[in-house]
Write a protein that binds this ligand. Structure first.
Ligand code: QUE
Length: 368
């Protein structure tokens, strides 16, 4: 077993602590494998009335999946420095499968699942929170789906929850990797409540004592939240202030058309549109196009399992070569933040290339 995640049970509340604070609690395969069976047993245990998940330290809930470990598992160090791609690995096949199964298990829980999204909450950390019943933001929340910066796409069910956010805000978050604070997260429904970081300890204690005295876990959680939840000023978030521009630009039929729409709005005087276009220009062109297709396809799907099947196929195509290697190298290994994307332009990312990310796999498909 691993020390990177710990579990406790007290008075009807089961608590999960992600315990890799130096790595912003990034989710390893071992953590996924330790957590999944706990959820199964708590779901069947009448003594457990609610589940709470939090991150150790003050910086992060969870910065994502441990994609750095996945990257190293597929690379070989080269004499004289650098790395060469060796091919998909056991970890590149099983990590995403087990992580997505966990995301689905959270979605399927009948009991309240309370995620304290206090600090950095990105990618895999979003997967550990968004599928549960309660997401409690603090003023330290930094929420993002930043995968277009690493040659990936907004996975862990991004194809499910992003197209279901208001207007085109999900497409905006997916392509740009834009960050949300507590106000923006609440306005979009990414967070369900806001509790100040300074009152989280008190909140957990109140939850433990209320749950010890009730059979109705959901009512107890909602009762305690009514006492602790506060309302931030929603207008302070750009995603709220710029909603009309976001909806006009990101409703387009293609990534190229989104760029054209942003250019038009920029020429019309929108500084936000100009900044957004400049942000998108730095992202992997392949990531932009496969993420666009993922959200449009996911919008019309009827279950999270169907979406995760699509996303698992996409991960395995990303692991077969391409921008994921360069993205992880540039952001998490060499940290030069200067990726050399290939193809380097949207025009070179053909519809045929995009479609290949969605084709059924020859080997094991995702299953819940
Ligand atoms: C995009 C991502 C991730 C990211 C940065 C991106 C991601 C992830 C991490 C991360 C951050 C800090 C760590 C760590 C990993 O960063 O998924 O181990 O200490 O896990 O731009 O998708």
């Amino acid at each position: 077993m691993t020390d990177d995640i710990s579990f406790s049970e007290e008075g009807g509340l089961a608590t999960i602590t992600l315990n890799r604070p130096k790595a912003l609690n990034a989710l390893t395969h071992d953590m996924v494998r330790a957590l999944a069976p706990k959820l199964d047993s708590w779901e069947d245990d009448d003594g457990i009335k609610a589940i709470l998940i939090r991150g150790a330290g003050e910086k992060a809930f969870c910065a994502g999946g441990d994609v750095r470990a996945v990257w190293y598992s597929m690379m070989k160090a080269v004499d004289g420095g650098g790395y060469s791609f060796e091919g998909p690995s056991e970890l590149s096949r099983t990590f995403f499968m087990d992580e997505y199964r966990l995301n689905h298990a959270i979605h399927a829980l009948s009991k309240p699942y309370v995620a304290l999204i206090d600090g950095v909450t990105m990618g895999g950390g979003v997967g550990l929170s968004i599928h549960g019943s309660h997401r409690i933001a603090t003023e330290r929340l930094m929420f993002a789906m930043p995968e277009s910066a690493i040659g990936l796409f907004p996975d862990v069910g991004g194809g499910w929850f992003l197209p279901r956010l208001p207007g085109e805000t999900g497409m905006y978050l997916a392509l740009t990797g834009a960050r949300l604070g507590a106000a923006g997260a609440l306005a979009l429904g990414v967070a369900t409540h806001m509790v100040p970081a300074g009152r989280i300890g008190e909140f957990e204690a109140a939850l433990t004592s209320e749950l010890a005295e009730t059979t109705n876990g959901r009512a107890a959680v909602n009762d305690v939240l009514e006492r602790f939840a506060e309302t931030p000023d929603a207008e302070s978030d750009p995603v709220v202030a710029e909603r009309a521009v976001i909806d006009r630009c990101f409703a387009q039929k293609s990534v190229e058309a989104i760029f054209d729409a942003l250019d038009r709005e920029a020429k019309g005087g929108s500084a936000f549109a100009a900044e957004t276009r400049d942000v998108l220009l730095k992202k992997s062109p392949t990531s932009l196009k496969i993420s666009f297709a993922q959200l449009r396809r996911g919008r019309d799907m009827s279950s999270l399992a169907q979406v995760l099947t699509m996303e698992y196929r996409m991960t395995q195509r990303c692991m077969a070569g391409g921008d994921f290697f360069e993205g992880i190298r540039a952001v998490l290994v060499d940290k030069d933040h200067a990726p050399n994307w290939s193809p380097a332009s949207l025009a070179e990312v053909s519809n045929d290339l995009v479609d290949r990310y969605f084709a059924p796999l020859d080997d094991t498909e995702f299953s819940v």
